[in-house]
Design a protein around this ligand. Structure first.
Ligand code: AMP
Length: 418
């Protein structure tokens, strides 16, 4: 299958080529024909599957005909980062067409957004809160919307956006094409989708199953040794770009500081940072200036960084869904990645839940050469096999060229002769 087979506008095909896509991903292959035919769609798919292009391309195709300079497609997303990422895709894939997009979210100037809306756009990508602000102040007119997308609907509900979404949907015409994307399908999400979608086509990509290119491991750890185990792991393992999740903003800040003090080139992404500071962190991580990003779930939502070698759950995620989303950050686009989760005794129930949903036991590991004292990792979470971690034998090529990267590469080489 190739993109030509969708009969897309030549300007879109050109952009697809420039973007570097050659073969459609499974969700694109399944969803695009339905969407081009104007059908509603329920897409069960996690981030990393290519779902953004799966809905953006048909939207752009639709908007290449008809009136310009009024919002005709509305995409709702839970976080600024995700909205920004969808905007980047929409902008890049639509660059040879006259279709314009804009992203609308809080934390940045409202006036600039008003100005952009006045000058005219066809695609609005918005977080619910700021969009309602614009609706209430009469600075956006949604009466010409023909297509609505709810992206990461489960997360929007988790974040309490459901009442906002209902209010927003009252402002768009009844007659429209609707698309609904969600990584999971709890009852409230199914009900919401049923109230919105009319006779939808359904596509499902690896529901609740993280990318197959990710290997998972569980590291039982004593609470008071989490940090030293993390440092030891990073020191003895050849890692590339590493994304580390903490439970709270405070823990993200403090772990980021400690890593930096240990000589790991680290940036932090957490909800208390200004939009500018967040963007700076993402940019340095993307550009390879920092090899380590410490983030909270919400802040990291939707960030699109290629080549993440390790996702480390320094703190156990609160939900299975959050686990799936976090580790969806590695192993993207057919590259292999590793996901490791530190588990303390209180996490036992959550480990059980994750394994139940994933229908697999996470491999138990202990960090080779680390003195656990009287703590016996294998006894905490009896599992398939208690293996010793093997430092990864990859020689990652870092853009930063910092000390840590160089040392790490040396370590990777020396591992090779083991
Ligand atoms: P998404 O699931 O939309 O967040 O996409 C995950 C990543 O895959 C993004 O970096 C996309 O740009 C990339 N991607 C999407 N479609 C394709 C494709 N057909 N070929 C290669 N990469 C793609």
């Amino acid at each position: 299958m190739n993109f030509e087979q969708f009969n897309l506008d030549a300007r879109l095909l050109k952009a697809v080529q420039q973007f570097g896509y050659t073969t459609p991903t499974p969700i694109q292959e399944q969803a695009i024909p339905h969407l081009l035919a104007g059908r509603d769609l329920m897409g069960l798919a996690q981030t990393g599957t290519g779902k953004t292009a799966a809905f953006i391309l048909p939207i752009l195709q639709h908007l290449t005909t008809g009136t310009l300079r009024q919002p005709r497609a509305l995409i709702l997303a839970p976080t600024r980062e995700l909205a920004e990422q969808i905007y980047e895709h929409s902008h890049a894939l639509g660059k040879f067409t006259p279709v314009r997009s804009t992203a609308i979210y809080g934390g940045v100037s409202k006036n600039k957004q008003i100005d952009r809306l006045r000058r005219g756009v066809e695609i609005v990508i918005a977080c619910p809160g700021r969009l309602l602000d614009h609706i209430d102040s009469g600075t956006i007119d949604l009466s010409h919307v023909e297509i609505v997308v709810l992206d990461e609907a489960d997360r929007m509900c988790d974040m309490g956006f459901l009442p906002d979404i209902r209010r927003i949907l009252k402002k768009v015409p009844q007659r429209k094409q609707s698309m609904f994307f969600s990584a999971t399908m709890p009852d409230d999400i199914r009900k919401l989708s049923q109230s919105i979608l009319k006779n939808p086509a359904e596509v499902q990509i690896d529901m609740n199953a993280p990318a197959k290119t990710v290997s998972h491991a569980l590291y039982p750890v004593p609470t008071d040794k989490k940090k030293v185990i993390l440092f030891s792991f990073l020191q003895q393992t050849g890692t590339g770009r590493v994304l580390i999740f903490t439970r709270t903003k405070h823990r993200a800040r403090s772990l980021g500081r400690d890593l930096e003090n240990k000589g790991f080139n680290t940036v932090v992404l957490q909800g208390n940072m200004s939009q500018n500071a967040r963007q700076q962190s993402i940019n340095s991580f993307k550009a390879g200036k920092a090899d380590f990003l410490v983030a909270t779930d919400i802040a990291a939502r939707g960030i699109d960084v290629q080549d993440i070698s390790h996702v480390i759950n320094y703190d156990m995620p609160d939900t299975v869904d959050a686990y799936t989303h976090r580790i969806g950050r590695t192993g993207r686009a057919e590259q292999t990645g590793e996901a490791l989760t530190f588990a303390v005794q209180e996490d036992a129930d959550q480990v059980y839940q994750i394994e139940k949903v994933l229908k697999t036991k996470l491999e138990r590991r202990r960090l080779a050469g680390f003195d656990y004292g009287s703590f016996e990792p294998e006894r905490q979470f009896p599992g398939r096999s208690a293996q010793h971690s093997q430092p990864k034998r990859t020689n990652y090529n870092h853009g930063s060229g910092g000390n840590h990267s160089q040392n790490r590469n040396k370590r990777s080489y020396s591992n090779r002769s083991n």
